[in-house]
Design a protein around this ligand. Structure first.
Ligand SMILES: Cc1cc2nc3c(=O)[nH]c(=O)nc-3n(C[C@H](O)[C@H](O)[C@H](O)COP(=O)(O)O)c2cc1C
Length: 262
């Protein structure tokens, strides 16, 4: 995916929860599988994808309709596994979207144990997220419309509240395409925890923990969101990825994640 193509994919992608019932074509399936083999993340942590037939494995989600296939992914239980997972899974999502395949990140609205068993997740791995894969239906099912409305799926935090210059006191006024690309990232319950402070040509990424939001899983779901944000940024602007906190003062609810130097 080149940068121009990425901007378009990032800007048009939406969670698809209603599918038209068609089975994914063999050609699209092969393309997706070949692409998955090329996916890497800046943490160099392997993320393994598994395609799962819904009927064969008894898989479903109360918010999804018309799907035949799911994709699940697993990551070793190591530091930064959430960000690495988010980064790699989002690459798969954007590529699938380029083929006209719809997806929805699902971390909550599913019977987790059934998916974990189907994906053969071991004790050393987290199977954090699954997604249906299918062709979007013309009209959305009622449960889909309701869910989308409840999380305000079409809305995003304003640029000036996400991006800052030099410190968290000064909103960034310069419009930067790679930052705009972050605004359209999917995030759990659309909470959008990513914040970025630009200092010259260096971009520091932070997670602003959403108060009271805690999923019942052993990992930090909002760090997955940060991995997705990093993926969008680095799809649009190439840069050197590091983890080294510059010590910019933050509020207690805000945690340093990573830095990208242009
Ligand atoms: C880590 C993660 C977990 C999510 N879990 C669910 C889920 O369990 N069920 C669901 O319907 N959507 C889930 N979503 C999708 C978000 O609700 C959706 O991305 C957000 O509302 C923004 O909408 P959009 O993806 O159409 O831009 C999840 C997204 C992320 C990134």
């Amino acid at each position: 995916m080149d940068a121009m193509n990425s901007v378009e994919l990032i800007r048009t992608r939406k969670s698809v929860r209603t599918f038209d019932g068609r089975v994914i074509s063999q050609e699209d399936r092969e393309k997706l599988c070949s692409f998955i083999d090329t996916i890497r993340n800046p943490y160099d942590i392997p993320v393994t994808f598994v395609l799962l037939d819904a009927a064969e494995n008894g898989l479903s989600s109360p918010v999804i309709n018309g799907e035949h296939l799911y994709i699940a992914a697993k990551v070793p239980k190591v530091p930064h596994c959430e960000e690495a997972f988010g980064y790699s899974f989002e690459q798969m999502v954007l590529y699938a979207w380029s083929l006209g395949i719809g997806i929805t990140w699902i971390g909550g609205t599913m019977k987790r144990d059934i998916f974990e068993k189907a994906a053969c997740a071991t004790d050393d791995e987290f199977m954090m997220i699954v997604s249906p894969l299918g062709y979007p239906a013309q009209e959305r099912a009622e449960v889909d419309i309701k869910l989308r409305n409840s999380v305000h799926g079409d809305e995003r935090i304003p640029y000036s509240e996400m991006f800052f210059e030099n410190n968290f006191m000064s909103p960034l006024t310069e419009q930067i395409d790679a930052l705009e690309a972050i605004r359209w990232y999917p995030s759990a319950a659309n909470m959008q925890p990513c914040r970025v402070v630009k200092v010259g040509n260096v971009f520091h990424f932070y997670e602003k923990h959403t108060m009271g939001y805690k999923a019942k899983v052993a990992w930090n779901v909002q760090k997955i969101d940060l991995g997705i944000a990093l993926c969008h940024f680095l799809c649009v602007a190439r840069g050197e990825f590091t983890i080294s906190d510059s010590g910019i003062p933050t509020e207690e609810d805000t945690e340093y994640i990573a830095t990208v130097k242009m």
